[in-house]
Write a protein that binds this ligand. Structure first.
Ligand SMILES: NC(=O)c1ccc[n+]([C@@H]2O[C@H](COP(=O)([O-])OP(=O)(O)OC[C@H]3O[C@@H](n4cnc5c(N)ncnc54)[C@H](OP(=O)(O)O)[C@@H]3O)[C@@H](O)[C@H]2O)c1
Length: 170
């Protein structure tokens, strides 16, 4: 089975990704894109992001939650709690398939060396929040492959662009 690690996130023009433990915007078209892309796969996210989702696993996907808290538990067979990057990589090595790195900031940083592809939603606006995509993330190691413009509409107040990157050959 193919094995791949792909980061997926949405950011505004300032690199903003979060407000408290939630997203700063409501963009159903981007959520639909996220759902379509990740359905049937495994996602890894930080404990803060998972708490912000009400500790609920998204349907039709397996969720790995990363925490240092050994007593943290989630009652769901769609969720596996793990305690370090190596544990996640071992899990991925055994299970195969595509692992989506979902964030937040700490998780993008922790998995940066292992990520092979990026799927980035660039939101054409500026929002309020307090969590930013890490400036130290090595974007220069990735090459833009394609982009798709999604114009705003009645339900989605801003334009956005979905960009696909692949890690450059060494
Ligand atoms: N725009 C987007 O696409 C997007 C996507 C995802 C999240 N977000 C936003 O990002 C924000 C949260 O980001 P964040 O950086 O504050 O938190 P986070 O990455 O979601 O979670 C951080 C937590 O993950 C655990 N953790 C991190 N590295 C670990 C490691 N190496 N080993 C074990 N556990 C580890 C720790 O949990 P413990 O404290 O329990 O040990 C840490 O406190 C929220 O606002 C959320 O909405 C945005």
């Amino acid at each position: 089975m193919t094995k791949k690690i792909v980061a997926i996130w949405a950011q505004d023009e300032n690199g903003l990704i979060g407000k408290g433990d939630r997203l700063p915007w409501y963009l159903p078209a981007d959520w639909a894109h996220f759902k379509e892309t990740t359905t049937g796969h495994t996602m890894v996210m930080g404990r803060i992001t998972f708490d912000g989702m009400g500790k609920r696993a998204l349907p039709n996907r397996h969720t790995l939650v990363l925490t240092t808290d050994k007593s943290y538990q989630v009652e769901s067979d769609r969720v596996t709690v793990l305690h370090g990057v190596e544990e996640v990589l071992d899990w991925h090595h055994q299970q195969g398939g595509t692992l989506f790195v979902l964030g937040g900031g700490q998780i993008f940083t922790a998995f940066a060396p292992y990520i092979e592809e990026l799927i980035v939603t660039d939101i054409q606006g500026q929002f309020e929040g307090d969590s930013f995509f890490p400036e130290t993330f090595p974007m220069e190691e990735f090459q833009l492959q394609s982009e798709q413009f999604r114009p705003k509409d009645e339900a989605n107040p801003v334009d956005f662009i979905i960009k696909n990157y692949k890690r450059r050959e060494k």
